[in-house]
Ligand binder design. Structure first.
Ligand code: 5GP
Length: 120
């Protein structure tokens, strides 16, 4: 099922500078910023600059350069946050049953406490 990209979603508005964010890192491929409602001591969102609804859309339709840029960007953000040593969790919710609320692809980085075993 193809879901059209909504250019008025909150992360699109952040990317355009129409809404503020607490920025961690930015390059030509990604923007990373603190989650407005953190669920861990460190809770950062990494988004691609391209208009992709979800991981499903991104993995299918993004260019190799965008996919590489995004993947390396997530790793760079983890290094900036200095969570490589203690460790962290990456999560991406996809679609309705995946619990995705904002329809612009994003990866959550959770860190800063022992996160425990993987949960569904
Ligand atoms: P998901 O779509 O993966 O369920 O989660 C979306 C995440 O975006 C939530 O953790 C929520 O707190 C965060 N969020 C929603 N609106 C904003 C916003 O305007 N600014 C920031 N920084 N985070 C937001």
């Amino acid at each position: 099922e193809t879901v059209a990209y909504d250019p008025q979603n909150v992360f699109a508005r952040i990317l355009r500078g129409e809404l503020p964010c607490n920025k961690v890192y930015e390059n030509e491929y990604v923007l990373a910023f603190h989650d407005i409602a953190p669920k861990a001591p460190i809770h950062v969102l990494v988004i691609p600059k391209g208009a992709y609804v979800s991981f499903a859309d991104f993995s299918k339709n993004a260019s190799d350069a965008e996919i590489t840029g995004f993947t390396r960007g997530v790793g760079q953000v983890a290094r900036i946050l200095q969570v490589d040593g203690p460790g962290y969790r990456l999560l991406s919710n996809v679609g309705k049953e995946g619990g995705q609320e904002v329809p612009h692809f994003h990866v959550h980085i959770f860190a800063g406490r022992a996160l425990g075993a993987m949960l569904p």
